[in-house]
Design a protein around this ligand. Structure first.
Ligand code: PGA
Length: 255
């Protein structure tokens, strides 16, 4: 299975900055090609898609939206449809990022509607799940993951499972510098894998990549990728500079 190394730029980068960063990644990977074991995806803000496309040129790097709305079109002010993302050159979308769940108040049911609809419309999806510190300390890790996955994966069509990935991102590790321990990551990923195996088309569950996210850095990337059931990384802060993100991509090649 190829490692999926994803860059979540969040609400960062003007068009010019996005073009420069995309170009720097493309140039570096052209000079020293990525091994086929790493697949790279960028999640820029909506306003920077065109700039990223320009910066990437012919590079084999995909990009996607950080969010999507589960309808083809209509009176949904501020929202963006899967068709619009595809039209802008996206092949991927993130759903259920913890900042959307916790800051914007998105429910797991809405996250599930987004996931299923985006997959049906032809996008590849990274569904994000993860527990808060209070939930972990209350011993509720598995309950929280179970509920987020049950709602998040409801109505995912069996034929679309090949375009699905799941990111385990403990909320307390995002942007905090606190990385989950190897044991915590391995345990959470094993649990996610067991839930994926329960999806219709059981064998497909084995092929769904499970990414870890939360304070991933060049220094810890290879160690995390070496863990069982870790098939990629979702990187926030460390993806905003070409040099650090490239070191993480390269960690993915050697793991
Ligand atoms: P971080 O963010 O790498 O800055 O912790 C990860 C994410 O939110 O996807």
């Amino acid at each position: 299975m190829r490692n999926l190394i994803a860059a979540n730029w969040k609400m960062h980068k003007t068009r010019a900055e996005a073009r420069d960063l995309a170009r720097a990644l493309a140039d570096a990977l052209a000079a020293a090609p990525a091994s086929p074991s790493a697949e790279v995806v960028l999640f820029p803000p909506f306003t920077a898609f065109e700039a990223v496309r320009e910066g990437l040129g012919e590079a084999k790097i995909d990009f996607g939206g950080q969010d999507v709305y589960p309808a083809e079109s209509g009176a949904f002010t501020g929202e963006i449809s899967p068709g619009m993302l595809l039209d802008a050159g996206c092949s991927w979308v993130l759903t259920g990022h913890s900042e959307r769940r916790h800051i914007l108040g998105e429910s797991s049911v809405l996250v599930g509607e987004k996931t299923a609809f985006a997959l049906k419309q032809g996008l590849c999806v990274i569904l994000c799940v993860g527990e808060s510190l209070a939930e972990r300390e209350a011993g509720r890790l598995e309950d929280v993951l179970q509920a987020q996955l049950a709602d998040g994966l409801a109505n995912v069509p069996a034929e679309a499972v090949s375009r699905l990935a799941v990111a385990y991102e403990p909320v307390w590790a995002i942007g905090t510098g606190k990385v989950a321990s190897a044991e915590d990551i391995a345990a959470a990923h094993a649990f996610v894998r067991s839930r994926l195996n329960a999806l219709p088309g059981t064998e497909a569950g084995q092929s769904v990549r499970i990414l870890y996210g939360g304070s991933v850095k060049p220094e810890n990337a290879a160690g995390i990728l070496a863990l069982d059931n870790v098939d990629g990384l979702l990187v926030g802060g460390a993806s905003l500079q070409a040099e650090t993100f490239l070191r993480i991509i390269r960690a993915g090649q050697t793991a």
